[in-house]
Ligand binder design. Structure first.
Ligand code: NAD
Length: 271
């Protein structure tokens, strides 16, 4: 380890179980010397294993439903108190689509479900940043990261309304990131991660085809959850101070590929 986050204070959203990307980020942030608060929706706490992670990393847990401003306000006030100062890093690692969960086709989306998924997956990023900004809770040269997926730019038919949520999320990172940078020297970025076998990932229809295809298309293979955590730590560290308003692909090269030899081989000699 490199002590990259020594003395830094953070808030980590979205650790549900040991497969969660946020779980790996918490373990790595702890190993790099950070202290942080863990948070998740109250319902996820009951089903999840977050207590184990809190014990392991010496963290406190503060429940917050990210659709509720009062929950976010309470979380941020208490975090500053518990951690003893302003926040240096925030991870938004949250996604949920009711249409995906209920296997409702994109062309048949139920708009109540669309609203709910949008509120949780995209608007929540604005809400978290608005509360941090208004409370002046971020330290100068702090870093805010949200996780996203390339369906924001390209068509992946079974990603459903999450594709639209991710496009909005990435736009919020740029729009809010401008004001956070200008007024508080805080950077805001999204990491566009490879398909990863987590609760959210596995919920996408045809996920095994999806993940295997990406593996064969990417010169370096898919990025794992741990590799995503490693990359996230660099964005929280002082080594990336001038990186902001970016959507950063962390996908083994997938996003710049047209086709790979392995994929071509599967289609050769077909009429
Ligand atoms: N798994 C993948 O293939 C993949 C690929 C690219 C990006 N991502 C993104 O990574 C992020 C983390 O997902 P993951 O793959 O680790 O899955 P995960 O299921 O472990 O994490 C999703 C988290 O969102 C939380 N959440 C849902 N509703 C909430 C609410 N109302 N309030 C607060 N938290 C809530 C869940 O409790 C859970 O902890 C998501 O943004 C996801 O879209 C995942």
């Amino acid at each position: 380890m490199y002590n990259l986050l020594k003395g830094k204070r953070g808030i980590i959203f979205g650790a549900l179980d040991s497969n969660s990307i946020a779980w790996k980020v918490a373990e790595s942030a702890h190993a790099e010397g950070a202290t942080f608060v863990l948070t998740n929706a109250p319902i996820a706490m009951r089903m999840g294993e977050i207590n184990e992670l809190a014990e392991k990393t010496g963290s406190e847990i503060i429940p917050a439903d990210v659709t509720k401003l009062e929950d976010i306000e309470n979380l941020i006030e208490k975090s500053v108190e518990i951690l003893g100062g302003k926040i240096d890093f925030v991870l938004h690692s949250i996604g949920m689509s009711v249409n995906v969960r209920k296997k409702i086709h994109y062309t048949d989306n139920n708009y109540d479900f669309t609203h709910k998924g949008f509120d949780i997956s995209a608007l929540s990023f604005h809400k978290v940043m608005q509360v941090l900004y208004k409370k002046d809770a971020m330290a100068e040269w702090g870093s805010i990261v949200a996780l996203t997926y390339m369906a924001a730019q390209r068509v992946f038919p079974d990603y459903n309304d999450m594709a639209d949520n991710k496009a909005y999320l990435e736009s919020i990172a740029r729009s809010f990131g401008y004001f956070f940078g200008r007024d508080h020297k805080v950077r805001v970025n999204t990491i566009s991660q490879s398909p990863t076998a987590t609760t959210a990932g596995n919920g996408v229809k045809g996920f095994s085809g999806f993940i295997n295809y990406a593996e064969k298309m990417s010169p370096l293979g898919n990025a794992t959850a741990q590799e995503c955590a490693d990359y996230t730590i660099t964005l929280f560290s002082d080594l990336t101070k001038k990186v902001t308003l970016q959507n950063l692909f962390h996908d083994g090269g997938f996003s710049n590929m047209g086709v790979s030899n392995e994929i071509m081989a599967a289609f050769e000699d077909q009429e």
